[in-house]
Design a protein around this ligand. Structure first.
Ligand SMILES: Cc1ncc(COP(=O)(O)O)c(C=O)c1O
Length: 290
């Protein structure tokens, strides 16, 4: 935020992590305009185009690619294209999508794309992963009050000198990421990994439907890395979460405004198909015991 933005940003919000992006901007003294469709709806390219036409002074658009809190994936290609038509920067939170689905950062022209070690790469938390465009680097060169720790130019300088990073990095996570990437390569590369995500996610979704449950987001916008599931009528999502926990399965509770109405089943990291089957059987038992 402080490397590239002088005054104003447009934040696309369709869940709690989009809200977080706006909070980060505000905490850095940036004025925020919000594009926030009803929960469960994706950000639309037309809506974004309209907002950018009405707010020509925004410098960048912030987008959460995969909204983990509602289990929804936004149409990245169309949205980045809309932003580029208006010649704005695009920042993408890819925390729960990078590694789980295709993101063609340079082809699309994403200016700042960031993620973390602990989601789709299946490595313990502690490492931020990101990329920065030439344009964003140019803006950083003349930005004032950007601090030191996250100054893109400081990081670039060390990299150019072959020194690695300006601060001591999370070395165990880098070693873990290296191992995870080698494992992906050995098994057939990115396509193999993305297909595995689709397969695991679909298996969970089929199981949910077999148990008479439905997913929260609009059909066609369901996330490939986490399913957000509507709790049955008269039951709180937290009850299902607790009962599954008693059976030894750690799912996730609903998040933010959906905390009571939903629960979530992620498929990020190292998961055996057999364990998905066991989990779905246990879920069936929980649902029929309600
Ligand atoms: C889309 C998204 N953005 C941001 C975050 C925040 O990540 P962290 O907890 O590492 O700060 C999360 C965490 O789940 C997330 O899913």
């Amino acid at each position: 935020m402080r490397n590239c933005i002088r005054k104003k940003i447009l934040c696309c919000i369709n869940g709690s992590f989009g809200e977080r992006f706006a909070e980060v901007a505000e905490a850095n003294g940036v004025t925020v305009v919000k594009l926030a469709p009803p929960l469960g709806e994706p950000i639309s390219a037309e809506g974004l185009h309209d907002m950018l036409s009405k707010n020509p002074d925004v410098e960048a658009v912030a987008l959460t690619h995969n909204e983990t809190s509602v289990g929804l994936i936004n149409p990245l290609r169309e949205l980045v294209a809309a932003v580029k038509k208006h010649d704005k920067l695009i920042f993408v939170d890819a925390v729960s999508s990078m590694g789980g689905t295709e993101i063609q950062v340079d082809d699309l022209g994403i200016d700042v794309c960031f993620s973390s070690s602990q989601k789709c790469f299946g490595v313990p938390p502690g490492l931020g992963i990101g990329s920065v465009s030439e344009h964003a680097m140019t803006l950083s060169a003349t930005a004032v009050n950007k601090g030191w720790y996250f100054d893109f130019k400081v990081w670039e300088e060390d990299q150019k000198k072959g020194r690695g990073t300006p601060v001591t990095p999370a070395i165990p996570q880098i070693a873990g990421l290296n191992t995870a990437l080698k494992m992906i390569e050995r098994n057939g590369g990115r396509k193999w990994y993305f297909d595995l995500y689709k397969e695991r996610n679909q298996r969970i979704r089929n199981g949910i439907e077999r148990h008479g449950l439905s997913t929260f987001p609009r059909k066609g916008s369901e996330s490939p890395t986490v399913n957000c599931i509507n709790a049955p009528e008269g039951v709180e999502g937290g009850t299902i979460y607790e009962k599954m926990r008693e059976k030894g399965f750690e799912l996730a509770e609903g998040y933010g405004p959906l905390k009571k109405r939903t629960f979530r089943i992620g498929n990020m990291g190292y998961i055996e198909m057999g364990n998905i089957n066991l989990m779905l059987n246990a879920l069936g038992d929980v649902i029929s015991s309600l």
